[in-house]
Design a protein around this ligand. Structure first.
Ligand code: CO
Length: 134
């Protein structure tokens, strides 16, 4: 069911500083910031040869990463995203197996304009998992 690793997301308290670290210290190619109000984050993409790292900063009042940054003020790894062929088939199989899908269970449009879902970290080794249909 799982295909490629699409990205690893790192929650950060200061996106500009984090982007500068990746660009200037690590020498990576970093995209301009993109606001995603429906996800409550602003994101930049660090482009790597085989995958991406997304640096995400809270946006708005009810950002889903605000609580994470309260517990980890310096930032930290927030989720990993795997590609799937068909997100509805994947969701239905996971739900049938007892996994919990976050939110209303329906895919939203993610940062790359593709359907995404998030799975409860307690069901996946303590790691928040995002699925993206590619
Ligand atoms: Co993501």
């Amino acid at each position: 069911m799982l295909k490629r690793l699409n990205h690893v997301a790192i929650a950060v308290p200061d996106l500009e500083a984090a982007a500068a670290t990746y660009r200037d210290v690590l020498g990576a190619t970093v995209s301009p910031p993109q606001a995603l109000p429906e996800h409550g984050v602003t994101v930049v993409f660090v482009e790597l040869g085989n995958t991406k790292v997304e640096l995400i900063e809270p946006l708005g009042e009810n950002s889903p990463i605000a609580g994470f940054l309260e517990k980890s003020p310096a930032g930290g790894m927030h989720h990993i995203c795997y590609e799937v062929d068909d997100i509805i088939v994947a969701r239905d199989r996971l739900v049938a197996g007892g996994a919990r899908v976050l939110g209303d269970g329906e895919p939203k449009t993610g940062a790359h304009g593709k359907p995404v879902l998030f799975l409860h970290p307690k069901d996946f080794c303590g790691t928040l998992v995002e699925l993206e249909e590619v």
